[in-house]
Design a protein around this ligand. Structure first.
Ligand code: PLP
Length: 390
């Protein structure tokens, strides 16, 4: 073999079957080749297992799919390049012109935009409610045939806890599917409910280090396989290297979740004792509106703490800029602590009534709590409250 050929046809290295690597290698390959056409055709017609093209399936992605499906308590998973791609893929795969969707003002803004703007262009109609309004949900579903209810729990950023049993039961009674964006809930939570599809941003807790993006739809096999057919043609797939990093992050998922929840609880209690703070929203606090539900529904109350400063937007900006350990940044679920001040999260394009449903007001600050030493985080919050309100 000439050198010019060798560099494109590298030597094979075979690891004996009884000599296994403890970390599965990344299959950073777009293509997989069988020995002949007949085997390739057998693969294509589902008569033999294997892999052929990584937009469709890949062993590294398969390992992550199996792990995530098991964590969420379902039998199948479809991976996507981001969390919003998982939500978009579910919506595009499940809905057609003439269908009706119920969604909520408290949803992650791009999800609301997908339902209203994108699906609206394709003739899907929708009704927006507050996730607190289960009576309204019952009323709408009783009068309007509905294909899908899209919701979150806890909601981002004000951490309302949705009554999952009630929402799924209303949807089932009226023949609607449910899609729960379970990103804030965590991969290990809410699996016991009759939710049809879970969407996750793997960018958050699964990877946990803020260095990779990814998304997942987790559901019963028949739903996932139908979405996979459309995904093969739409192409939102995750790259194997990203899947590998997420698999690595997953190993410390529970360690990080537990440490972040512990820090979040201390911080929520601390903020609740401060005169600069009008209200703390953290489902772990016994006085929180969602506490009883969260205690029943969740293992761990989550890693975000949201609160309202008495003095509004400017105080929120001064506070965020005075913090030294918390960075002003989007996202959540990574090892480092972050802050989103009120100026960066005011809802747009809503009526006053709908804005009130979101629970976001002029003083609303969202903290995403990391795994730093809790004492350091409390000291930083204390000095920033004092400096911004002095
Ligand atoms: C609740 C929720 N869903 C979905 C997403 C989107 O995830 P990604 O950034 O991976 O697309 C986010 C991101 O912040 C989120 O908070």
């Amino acid at each position: 073999m000439k050198k010019r050929t060798r560099v494109t046809h590298l030597p094979d290295v075979t690891v004996p079957p009884d000599d296994r690597p403890l970390v599965a290698p990344i299959y950073q390959s777009v293509k997989f080749s069988f020995d002949n056409v007949a085997e390739t055709q057998r693969y294509w017609s589902g008569q033999r297992p294997g892999f052929y093209y990584s937009r469709v399936s890949n062993p590294t992605l398969r390992q992550l799919e199996l792990a995530l499906a098991e964590l969420q308590g379902r039998d199948a998973c479809l991976l996507t390049g981001s969390g919003v791609a998982a939500i978009a893929m579910s919506l595009l795969g499940l809905l057609k012109c003439g269908d009706h969707v119920v969604y909520f003002a408290e949803l992650y803004p791009p999800t609301r935009a997908l339902v209203r703007r994108l699906l609206g262009r394709y003739g899907v109609t929708s009704t927006m409610l507050s996730v607190d309004d289960t009576a309204g949900l019952e009323r709408v579903l009783a009068t309007t045939p509905t294909r899908l209810v899209v919701f979150e729990s806890p909601t981002n950023p004000v951490l309302k806890v949705a009554d999952i049993a009630r929402i799924t039961s209303i949807a089932r009674t009226h023949g609607a599917l449910t899609l729960l964006d379970n990103t804030l809930g965590g991969l290990h939570n809410h699996g016991e409910f009759e939710v049809d599809l879970y969407a996750h941003s793997l960018t958050k807790y699964a990877s946990g280090h803020g260095d990779v993006m990814g998304g997942a739809v987790i559901a019963r096999r028949e739903l996932v396989e139908s979405l996979r057919e459309d995904a093969t043609n739409l192409g939102p797939t995750l790259d194997p290297h990203a899947a590998y990093l997420i698999l690595r992050g997953l190993k410390t998922y529970f360690l990080r979740w537990d440490a972040q929840c512990r820090n979040a609880m201390r911080i929520a209690e601390f903020l609740a004792s401060r005169p600069e703070v009008a209200r703390v929203r953290y489902p772990g606090l016994p006085g929180d509106a969602g506490h009883a539900l969260a205690a029943r529904q969740m293992d761990g109350f989550g890693t975000l703490v949201t609160f309202d400063l008495v003095h509004g937007i400017e105080a929120g900006t001064r506070f965020a800029e005075a913090l030294e350990l918390f960075s002003i940044a989007a996202s959540l679920g990574s090892t480092e602590s972050l802050v989103v001040p009120p100026a960066l999260q005011q809802p747009r394009g809503m009526t006053d009534e709908q804005r009130a449903w979101t629970g976001i007001n002029a003083g609303t600050v969202r903290l995403s709590i990391g795994i730093e030493d809790g004492d350091d985080l409390l000291d930083d919050l204390r000095q920033a409250l004092e400096r911004s309100h002095g």
